[in-house]
Every structure is written in structure tokens, then in C-alpha cells.
Design a protein around this ligand. Structure first.
Ligand code: BES
Ligand code: MN
Ligand code: ZN
Length: 504
């Protein structure tokens, strides 16, 4: 078992009977002890009531209170706030589970139980609860210590979470738990790939990981090397790749679960820049190390395929990952160079740091051969999306209102929220080139939209959504529900999207 794997289970025991190092209980804002916790409070000698009635624990989101019941069974009780009961959603439950798991790790508890005061459930279904508690536990307990030889503050991994529910809900909770378990595995894979340094996670490393995934789950896989890309005519991807010694890869994964081999697939495209220095238009040194995360879109696609392999939903899905480094060198592409894309359009490269769109445009063009029912790309595309939406929302653009809404709803369920940016005709002007069909950078204003519009120029004959995840793929600070670093954003959104379509 690899690190950070969390085994999950559903139990129906009465709360005071549970023998566990940590019993986390989610409860809503309020000044009274919830009736559903009366027995636990009594067994704990009234500690729960004291935490609440003293006003010390108010039940606000992310708020916690750690109690040590004298009887020692459970050894510890962690009250976790979820905010107003009437506003509780599955996202609030996922977050509470993540807060609990993070605390479990800090306490050195290798397993914990998670229960919800009935009063705080607010119609979150048993199946949703089973799913999101496992997702949240995986998210909160995550840590990456593989590359530390000495680690003074090393903590044991959290290895198990048990969801405690009423007997009548056990079966439904178990069904959700199974989904959550798969999604958590996808999440874990994506984060693992994201966090790897650029000298480990190269394009060929990503291709090897995709091959292993394909072998494990029986997916089809094709990997193009530089020569094969040349034969394909992927001039834009190759232009980015020409500055580095590191071999580029174009990865194609195929999952067939629809039962009908020729049912139109969903295509997922992930930006796989394993390090973005900016190229000749080089970036400032400040935080440049974070540009190892420029393959987060690729990680999201691979994570989603891990989920597909475990759950095998009734859908056909294609994953496309253009992967290369973006480095300056004597052979690197230069500002002003014009290249011919896979689609045939010529591109004037104004800024070599706008490389993501160059590799994605060839993937979008390649996607045509699958006659996809829908195409969604995830890319750490622009710093401008951080200016527009901060680290809270994914920037969403596309050419099809129904698909935009469908993706946005998947993001809501996933707790990976999207916010639309307009691809109005007026913005297309930004990309007019004097000497080529388009240019790759539109100047100062509307940076994320210019990126979206550039991609749209290469979308030919299918419904498409672009997700700019530059603000959400990794965090620079820790949060109550999440350690600092990679977030695996996109894995849950992709999974929700596909599972819903497969069920329809
Ligand atoms: N990978 C960057 C975008 C990015 C910025 C990701 C910050 C994560 C955090 C992308 O390749 C890039 O450099 N975009 C340029 C585009 C510009 C030159 C048109 C940018 O945002 O400055
Ligand atoms: Mn760049
Ligand atoms: Zn980039």
C-alpha cells in the first residue's frame, strides 16, 4: 500500500460505544447540545455540553474543539463546525471530514471515526455523505514526505476512516463510500504527480505513469514521441518542445465503458507542462519553482482515469495529454516566430510564456478524430485568472451553453466551483496577427479570455469547455482542510461530470 492510502468503512455503533483514538463529530452552529449527541455527552461526563454552552464552541465552519472524555472511549472527541444547519451541503461535510483528518494527522492518530449530528445533516443523502467523507478524509490527511531523509516532525499516516451512521442508512452510505474511495484514489494520484519536482516528473515520467494506469485498468494507450508528433504535424506543441533536451510526449488514454464501442466519447484534455520557465520570454525568479505545477491539468486527467478504472461507469472517455518542458535555449522558439499548428492555422508566437495554449491547440485539433460528444480541457493557463477569481474559483469558458452549465453543476457537486468568463466576439480582436492567422498573446487586458479565445480558434465541430485552473491547482498557504501544495483540482469535477452522464 502506498503512502496516504486511506481504508474506509461504514459502521453503525452507538457513539459512546466506539473504541477509537479520535471520534470526529460534525455539528452545526447553535447554543444547545444537539439531542442526537445527548448519549455521547453523557458518556463523556458532560464535556460536549460544556464546550457548547460555554460558548467556546460555536459550530462555525472549520471551527474545532478537542475533548478528552474521562472514560477514554472514545479516546478523543473532536467537535467540527459546519456552519448554519440550513446551509449545510455535501461540500460542507467533505470539508468537515478534511478538517478532522488533518487534525487526526497532527495528533498522530492513525485512524478516526466520523459522525454527523442528525441536526446538522440538512438533507445531505446517506450516499453523498459516504462519498464526501472519504473524499475529505483523503484530502485532509495527505502529506508528501517521500523525499525527506530526515524529518523531525514526521507523523504517521492516517490509514483508516470509519463513517458512523444509523443502521437504516448503512447500505446507502456504503454505496457512496465506494465512490468516495475511488475518487480519493484519483485525487491521491493527481496530487502525487503534481508535487513531484520537475526533474522527476518529466514528460516521459507522465507517459510511464499513464502506461501503468492503462495496464492496471485495461485502458487503451498511445504515446507519441517527438518524431511521431512531427509526422502528425503538431507544429505548435513541437515549437514549445524545441527548446528542451527533454523528450516531449503526447499521451492518449482510452476507456471504453459505454458497452457500445462507437458511442461518442467524452474527451478530457490536460495541460502537461512539466516545468514552465517561460522560455525566451523568461519568467522572473520569484516563485518560479511553482511552475512544476504547470502539469496540474494533466494530473487531473490521469486522476480522473484512476477513478474510471475503479468505478467503470457506462461511458467512453478519451484522455489527451500534451506534455513538454518550456525552457529557453539556443534552439528555443523565439518571439516573432511563426509556426503551423496541427489544425493548419498559422500562429505568430508573441510571447513564449503563453505556451500552454500552443500545446493545447494541437490536442484540441487531435481530438476531432474521436468525434467527441464533449471536450473539457483543464489547464493552468493564465496568471490573469488569479487576478480575476483568486484561489477560489476555476475560470470557465466554452462554446456551448448547455455543456458550460453541465460542467458548472459538476463543479458545484465536486466542491470545485467554476465561474464563467465571456468569449464574446469583441475579444477575438485581441488575437489578430499582422502576418499569421492568430497570435498567441493578446497583451495586458482580459488575459484569461484571450487564452480561452485562442483555444476556441482550434475547436472544430464539437462542444467544448475550457477550465483555467491556474488559481486553484495548488495553494501557497495551508488551510484548515488542506495542507499547502497541490490540490488535485479537476479530479472531482471530471469524476462528477462523467458519473452523472453515465447514469443518465
Ligand atoms: N503557466 C502559466 C500560467 C500560470 C501562472 C499558472 C501562475 C499558475 C500560476 C502560463 O503558461 C503563463 O505563463 N501564462 C502567461 C500568459 C501571457 C504570457 C499571455 C501569463 O499568465 O502571464
Ligand atoms: Mn507560461
Ligand atoms: Zn504555463
Amino acid at each position: 500500500m502506498s503512502a496516504n492510502t486511506i481504508t474506509s468503512a461504514v459502521a453503525t455503533a452507538a457513539l459512546p460505544e466506539i473504541d477509537t483514538p479520535l471520534l470526529a463529530v460534525a455539528l452545526a452552529q447553535g447554543t444547545d447540545v444537539p439531542a442526537s449527541l445527548a448519549a455521547l455527552d453523557k458518556a463523556a461526563g458532560g464535556l460536549v455540553a460544556r464546550a457548547i454552552t460555554s460558548g467556546d464552541f460555536k459550530g462555525k465552519r472549520d471551527e474545532t474543539s478537542l475533548l478528552y472524555p474521562p472514560a477514554g472511549k472514545p479516546q478523543r472527541i473532536l467537535l467540527v463546525g459546519v456552519g448554519k444547519a440550513s446551509e449545510v451541503t455535501r461540500n460542507a461535510m467533505r470539508r468537515a471530514a478534511a478538517v478532522a483528518a488533518r487534525r487526526a494527522r497532527a495528533l498522530g492518530a492513525t485512524r478516526f471515526h466520523f459522525a454527523v449530528a442528525t441536526e446538522a445533516r440538512n438533507a445531505v443523502s446517506a450516499s453523498d455523505l459516504g462519498q464526501v467523507v472519504v473524499e475529505g478524509a483523503g484530502q485532509g490527511a495527505w502529506a508528501f514526505t517521500e523525499l525527506k531523509r530526515t524529518n523531525e516532525d514526521a507523523k504517521p499516516d492516517v490509514e483508516a476512516v470509519t463513517i458512523v451512521v444509523a443502521a437504516a442508512e448503512a447500505k446507502e452510505t456504503e454505496a457512496g463510500r465506494r465512490i468516495g474511495d475511488a475518487v480519493a484514489a484519483g485525487h491521491r494520484l493527481a496530487r502525487y504527480l503534481q508535487v513531484q519536482p520537475g526533474n522527476v516528473c518529466t514528460p516521459s515520467y507522465l507517459a510511464d505513469q499513464a502506461r501503468q494506469l492503462a495496464q492496471r485498468h485495461g485502458f487503451g494507450i498511445t504515446v507519441l514521441d517527438r518524431a511521431a508528433m512531427k509526422a502528425e504535424g503538431m507544429g505548435a506543441l513541437l515549437a514549445v518542445a524545441q527548446g528542451t533536451q527533454e523528450e516531449p510526449r503526447f499521451i492518449v488514454l482510452e476507456y471504453q465503458g459505454a458497452g457500445v464501442a462507437d458511442a461518442a466519447p467524452i474527451a478530457l484534455i490536460g495541460k502537461g507542462i512539466t516545468f514552465d520557465s517561460g522560455g525566451i520570454s523568461i519568467k522572473p525568479a520569484q516563485s518560479m519553482e511553482d511552475m512544476k505545477y504547470d502539469m496540474s491539468g494533466a494530473a487531473a486527467v490521469l486522476g480522473a482515469f484512476e477513478v474510471l478504472g475503479a468505478l467503470r461507469p457506462k461511458a467512453n472517455v478519451v484522455g489527451l495529454i500534451p506534455a513538454t518542458e518550456n525552457l529557453p535555449s539556443g534552439t528555443a522558439v523565439k518571439p516573432g516566430d511563426v509556426v503551423k499548428s496541427h489544425l493548419g492555422k498559422t500562429i505568430e508566437i508573441i510571447n513564449t510564456d503563453a505556451e500552454g495554449r500552443l500545446i493545447l491547440c494541437d490536442a484540441l485539433s487531435y481530438a476531432r478524430r474521436f468525434k467527441p460528444a464533449a471536450v473539457i480541457d483543464a489547464a493552468t493557463l493564465t496568471g490573469a485568472v488569479v487576478v480575476a477569481l483568486g484561489h477560489v474559483a476555476i475560470g470557465e469558458m466554452g462554446n456551448d451553453d448547455a455543456l458550460l452549465a453541465e460542467v458548472r453543476e459538476a463543479g458545484e457537486r465536486a466542491g470545485e466551483r467554476c465561474w464563467p468568463l465571456p468569449l464574446w466576439d469583441e475579444y477575438r480582436e485581441l488575437l489578430k496577427s499582422d502576418i499569421a492567422d492568430v497570435k498567441n498573446s493578446g497583451g495586458r487586458g482580459a488575459g484569461s479570455i484571450a487564452g480561452g479565445w485562442f483555444l476556441r480558434e482550434f475547436v472544430d465541430g464539437f462542444a467544448w469547455v475550457h477550465l483555467d485552473i491556474a488559481g486553484t491547482a495548488y495553494t501557497e498557504n495551508e488551510a484548515p482542510h488542506q495542507p499547502k501544495g497541490p490540490t488535485a483540482v479537476g479530479v472531482r469535477l471530471f469524476s462528477e461530470f462523467i458519473l452523472k452522464r453515465a447514469a443518465a
